[in-house]
Structures are given as structure tokens and as C-alpha cells.
Design a protein around this ligand. Structure first.
Ligand SMILES: [Zn+2]
Length: 311
């Protein structure tokens, strides 16, 4: 691990008291575990700031040995309510990547609606059943569903096959309009609230985001609509990135030598070219591993998940 060319980046999403909350099924990090993990990481690593990493990428000072960098994706209220106070009390900087639309338009990302549908579901088979019925109502037939199941019901690092199937179907396998309609119906049925009501509780507000910046935290881009950039044409990607840069300007975050965190870790050559033209210094993926600090690879850094460290 003592290698100058390698950096440990940790990725966080939900960080909150989970066990006794309204959604004990949500897949996130318990606040207590977060506190323990921060103590562990501070004792083993040199925690660095976004500015140190950006500066390094532009030919500045080397990073300290055993450097570690903390990243928080998706702009959750958790980040101001629970994460920032813990970081401030330990004098650690965190880097936060909120999708602009979730903050500014209070529109709920489908990916989050799906998390809370799953967290509110008691029986996964029942949910798969509901999903399949909804698909049939939207015009798919039984043989379409068989093909989709064979393709997408595959277990992943953290999820069993039924959950992977639901996530894949609702995140990208179904067409955009069908999946939004189904997500919004399943959300009402399982969570019992509209997505608009729920997004107020779930995401940072614009002023929360400014507060992160004003407290010395780093805020970077996680796009605007939280989409798989590699599935979109270049002009669309450019619009997406421009929108998120406007958002960064609005909250007082830097827009020169900035950091992009790819939603779902998805990007392609077009994305990289746009980022270079926009003076982006660092790109964060969801590939698992040490970040390779070779200068030509700074837009494609790997990260670890919080679950890869003691909690
Ligand atoms: Zn995300």
C-alpha cells in the first residue's frame, strides 16, 4: 500500500442512523459505523483534500504516503445532517457530488426511488411479480419478460438475482417512459408517498449545498439528471455537463480544475473529450480498486466502497 502512485478513494452514499429509522431496510452505512470508520481511516491513512488531488493532477506536489480521499455521492440530506458534523469535528474535508436536478428541481432520481421501493418491500418475489404485471400492462409480452429475466436477473457483488433484476429493469433495461411510469406507481404503492414529497426529505437543498462549500467541503459534478453518460450522444452529454457546471457556479464551487464523478461510473471517449475541453482535472469511476495516479489516467480513477473497510 506504500506506493506513491496509488491512492485509496472511499465512496459513500447513504450515511444515517438506519436500524431504528423508518427505513431499516435501506442499504447504507450506519452513522455509528461511519464514526468508527473515520477513526480507523484517520489512524491508518493521510486523509487528503480535493484541492491536494487536483493540484497533484496539474503537476503540483506529490500526495502523502498512504493517501486517502473521501467521496460522497448523490447529494443526500444525510451529508449535511450527519456527515459534515463528523468531518468538521475531525478536521477532515469531504468531497460531495450532488446531481443538480435533485437539488434544484427537487426531482427524485429513479435510482433513489428504487432504493426506497426495495427498502419498503417485505417479499422480493412479490415485488418481482408486481413489476412483471406492470410490464405486461405496458405492452410487453411473456416472452419479452423471459428474455429480460435471463439477461438481467444476475447476482452482483451486493445483490441477489431478484434485486438485480428489479434494479436493472427499472434503471435502464425498460424504455425511459415505461420505467418512469412503473417506478412512480411502485413508489406510491410501497413507500406510500409521492416522489415530490419524499425528495424534500431525501436531498440537500440549494442552501444546504452552499453550506457544505462555506464550511470548506468540496462540491463537484455528478451530472444534472444522473444518467448513464455512455448511453447518450456527445451533444446530450455536453448539455448535461454544462448544466452541472452552472449548478456548481450557483453554489459557489469551483468550475476550473474541477472533479467529475460519473453517475453509475459510466462514461466513454466522448465524455473524456468533453471533460478535457472543460478543464476537468479528475474523474471518479465506480471501478473497484486503488486509484492509479498515472497522469494520463486522472479522469478514470477507481474507488473502493465503504463496505471494503472496517465499520
Ligand atoms: Zn450517483
Amino acid at each position: 500500500m506504500i506506493n506513491i502512485n496509488q491512492l485509496t478513494i472511499v465512496m459513500y452514499h447513504y450515511v444515517r442512523p438506519i436500524k431504528n429509522s423508518k427505513y431499516p431496510g435501506i442499504k447504507g452505512l450506519e452513522l455509528e459505523g461511519f464514526r468508527r470508520q473515520l477513526d480507523y481511516l484517520s489512524s491508518k491513512y493521510s486523509l487528503i483534500t480535493a484541492e491536494q488531488l487536483i493540484n497533484y493532477s496539474r503537476g503540483g506536489d506529490d500526495l502523502p504516503e498512504n493517501a486517502c480521499y473521501l467521496t460522497f455521492d448523490d447529494g443526500y440530506k444525510d451529508h449535511i445532517e450527519f456527515v459534515m458534523p463528523e468531518l468538521l469535528s475531525r478536521k477532515i474535508q469531504g468531497s460531495f457530488f450532488p446531481p443538480a436536478d435533485a437539488i434544484e428541481k427537487r426531482s427524485m432520481l429513479d435510482v433513489n426511488a428504487i432504493h426506497f421501493i426495495l427498502a419498503s418491500t417485505i417479499d422480493n418475489k412479490d415485488l418481482v411479480n408486481e413489476l412483471n404485471i406492470a410490464c405486461l400492462e405496458c405492452g410487453l409480452n411473456a416472452s419479452d419478460l423471459n428474455l429480460l429475466r435471463d439477461k438481467w436477473a444476475l447476482a452482483s457483488r451486493y445483490d441477489p438475482p431478484e434485486i438485480r433484476y428489479v434494479k436493472n429493469m427499472l434503471q435502464h433495461a425498460l424504455s425511459k417512459d415505461i420505467r418512469s411510469r412503473i417506478v412512480s406507481n411502485l413508489f406510491k404503492k410501497y413507500v406510500g408517498k409521492t416522489q415530490i414529497e419524499f425528495s424534500e426529505e431525501l436531498y440537500l437543498s440549494l442552501s444546504d449545498t452552499k453550506e457544505l462549500v462555506n464550511n470548506g467541503m468540496y462540491v463537484g459534478s455528478h451530472g444534472s439528471r444522473h444518467v448513464w453518460l455512455d448511453k447518450e450522444p456527445k451533444s446530450w452529454q455536453l448539455d448535461e455537463i454544462n448544466r452541472s457546471l452552472k449548478f456548481l457556479e450557483k453554489v459557489g464551487a469551483r468550475t476550473n480544475d474541477w472533479i467529475m464523478c460519473y453517475p453509475y461510473g459510466a462514461y466513454n471517449e466522448d465524455t473524456l473529450n468533453i471533460l478535457k475541453s472543460k478543464n476537468c482535472a479528475i474523474g471518479l469511476t465506480t471501478k473497484v480498486g486503488f486509484a492509479n495516479l498515472t497522469k494520463s489516467k486522472m479522469l478514470e480513477l477507481s474507488r473502493f466502497d465503504t463496505n471494503d473497510f472496517p465499520q
